[in-house]
Design a binder for this molecule. Sequence first.
Ligand code: GLA
Length: 387
Amino acid sequence: MRLGLMGAAASAALWAGAALAGPGAAPTPPMGWNSWNHFAGKIDDATVRAQADAMVASGMRDAGYRYINIDDTWEGERDAQGVIHANAKFPDMKALADYVHAKGLKLGIYSSPGPKTCAGYEGSFGHEAQDARTYAAWGIDYLKYDLCSLGTPMLKAGSLEKAQAIELAAYRKMDAALKATGRPIVFSLCQYGFYQVWRWGGSVGGNLWRTTGDISDHFARMATIGFGQAGLSKYAKPGQWNDPDMLEVGNGGMTPIEYRTHMSLWALLAAPLLAGNDLTRMSEDTRAILTNREVIAIDQDALGRQGDRVRAEGPLEIWARPLSGGGKAVGLFNLSDQPANMDVNFTEVGFKGPVKARDVWGAKDLGTVKSYHAVVAGHGAVLLRLG
Ligand code: GLA
């Protein structure tokens, strides 16, 4: 009888774990922070702890941000048994995970399927199962797996098909290794969008996959990446997301208007919201942009459908995203650097008659209306919630 009860408890725990692995690990686009955009190689244990503290103190955790993700340059040497160790910047990864977990947050890490990471540190090639076990033992909850040096054997493979086979096998290998640990670990593929990754990223276990090369903190680069996502909406679904790269909000290279455009577009795209700034030094504008509950609610909408472009006329674009409950989020984007008159008739986004409308950033109800007119600032966006 006692054994039976214990068995029931154990299988309930296993079942809960199983529900969280695979697509269940990311029912909505992951939200958190990643070290790369701001700190790049200058990341260490103390800085990561400070970011975790700031995620709580700033209200970001309460707004839904969870993952504290260490990107490249944490990796040290392998020991005689082949076990990977962190370098001197991270004296005790398990203790760091405990610290982050105690704050109600999760810890992410980074590696490559190749022998070297993009910054030239130790990758997981030939050590996949061992590394997955190490991550699980440390208490890691998220792995960004970045193609980097696996590109070399792929280039030498002789054909696209053979190159892709190498890549798929490498991602599948780590997916199996992560699952074998029994610990739910979000699996983030990073290979810059080659070979239409959106068509197969889910089949190799990816919860998200980068669709592009690296973002930078410039309006032109953000816009090239973000608006370049047109046509990809059908490939995203709960547990499997297109990833147009991490946020640059607050890093200083764009104006608050431009950062609101960045955040609006990422929410319409059901993109992962991984802040890439220094959370310990945020202006009030930055904090307000990152924690806007209504924008986050659009990004995290339970229906899990990505938005797409409805129309573009030169630099003026209308995007829409279906929401649970039959509503829609609509973005009016002005990519030019001058203010522009923009109109959207709600029949264009699928409504037959007047509909309740709200200006999300303005936090203003607009009544029940059939259309909307706005003068949209240069590089600016208006984000509406309809229905
Ligand atoms: C690649 C990735 C970036 C970052 C760096 C780290 O460039 O695309 O997001 O992880 O590697 O070296």
